[in-house]
Design a binder for this molecule. Structure first.
Ligand SMILES: *Cc1c(COP(=O)(O)O)cnc(C)c1O
Length: 387
């Protein structure tokens, strides 16, 4: 059999068999529209409400604070645009974020800037962190929202969310966090951590793609960004993605159940991988090793193109990611690595390995075996490589 090793769990994850099994009835016989009153519609309705409870239990909120969306991207858009539009009417048109956010946040902020909003992009330090103090100093009279990711998708750094939330609470500013990468990897409790709005996504935790949640703290009212038939208590219209929502509910439940064990296993594998890979000359890790997601490692290899490295790994059956191209196929270096103060060369030579609950010791040993000769070969042909 051909080798296949999946090490790109920050991009998406394999759907869990158990989750799929729970979804299938809603793709087959049970296709009722959840807004109808006959029995197969009511089955869909109660499945959605069950999922809402599963999500609420996992993040420590009330079921009525959980709103289903089409994914992390929509949740980010809703939190930011929905706040901006609503609070602009009260003269609040300033948003605070960081320079390492996911594009779902950054591009939304840039769009709002073009519409006349003011955005402060806090700079992370060379380890990849912002501080609550930076946030405090940036808040002003007109600030309507602070949006700062829980953990970064490229380098895995975990921000001081509870402290940032406290500052926002004290100043009366709404606090949104994109917790897509953090979910199932750190303990999240929106009440304890002073979070007002939070985005999460199903497909990063072994659920189906195309479904997410925006947690909206009771008492907060956003403008709607998707209008129509009035689903999700008139806040997010569109016929519910019942099988997706069901899948997310079971995925989050399973993820919470497996979390401790998963973190333990992944941490062991990660340490083994780091130790071996750093033996490669001119290799380094991007972002702090402390306060970092257990499954994310971002390496740089001097004088190497991340893209070429990915292609060579792909030939060996290994799926990984490079900071450089991401979704667009463009060769722009990663904005996250540049934000750490890395040079373009280092940013271009990066390799993100993201482990998951299905990653095995054999997978890691295989990577450790094939990576050094690939790096050697690429350096031989690199014009940048001199002794
Ligand atoms: C994947 C990801 C998103 C986007 O979520 P989708 O469900 O794919 O739209 C947003 N933010 C972060 C940090 C992510 O990793």
């Amino acid at each position: 059999m051909e080798k296949f090793v999946y090490l790109d769990n920050a991009a998406t994850t394999k759907i869990s068999e158990e989750v799929l099994k729970e979804m299938l009835p809603f793709l087959q016989g049970s296709y009722g529209n959840a807004s109808t009153i006959y029995s197969i519609g009511r089955v869909s309705r109660s499945a959605i409400e069950k999922s809402r409870k599963q999500v609420a239990a996992a993040i420590g909120c009330l079921p009525q604070e959980v709103f289903f969306t089409s994914g992390g991207t929509e949740s980010d858009n809703w939190a930011i645009q929905g706040t901006a539009r609503r609070l602009a009417r009260k003269g609040k048109n300033h948003i605070i974020t960081t320079n390492i956010e996911h594009h779902a946040v950054l591009h939304t902020c840039e769009m709002l800037e073009k519409q006349g909003f003011e955005v402060t992009y806090l700079k992370v330090d060379s380890d990849g962190f912002v501080s609550a103090k930076q946030v405090e100093e940036a808040i002003k009279e007109t600030t309507c929202l602070v949006t700062i990711m829980y953990a970064n998708n490229e380098i895995g750094t975990i921000q001081p969310i509870k402290d940032i939330g406290k500052i926002c609470r004290d100043k009366g500013v709404w606090f949104h966090t994109d917790a897509v990468q953090a979910l199932s990897n750190v303990d999240i409790n929106v009440v304890e951590q002073n979070i007002d709005l939070m985005s999460i996504s199903s497909h990063k935790i072994h659920g189906p793609k195309g479904v997410g949640v925006l947690y909206i703290k009771r008492g907060i009212v956003l403008d709607n960004i998707i209008t129509g038939g009035g689903q999700e208590r008139a806040k997010r219209s569109g016929t519910e993605n019942v099988y997706g929502i069901v899948g997310f509910g079971y995925a989050i439940e399973e993820a919470m159940r497996d979390m401790k064990e998963k973190i333990k296993n992944i941490t062991n594998l990660k340490n083994h991988l780091i130790e071996s890979v750093l033996k490669i000359p001119f290799s380094s890790i991007n972002g702090s090793l402390k306060n970092r997601l257990c499954f994310n490692i971002n390496f740089s290899f001097g004088s190497i193109e991340g893209e070429s490295l990915l292609l060579m790994l792909d030939l060996k059956g290994i799926c990984a990611s490079s900071g450089s191209a991401c979704t667009s196929g463009s060769l722009d270096p990663s904005h996250v690595l540049l934000a750490l103060g890395k040079t373009h060369e280092v940013a271009h030579g990066s390799l993100r390995i993201s482990l998951g609950k299905y990653t095995t010791r054999e997978d890691i040993d295989y990577l450790i075996e094939v990576l050094p000769p690939i790096v050697d070969r690429l350096r031989e042909i690199s014009p940048l490589w001199k002794d």
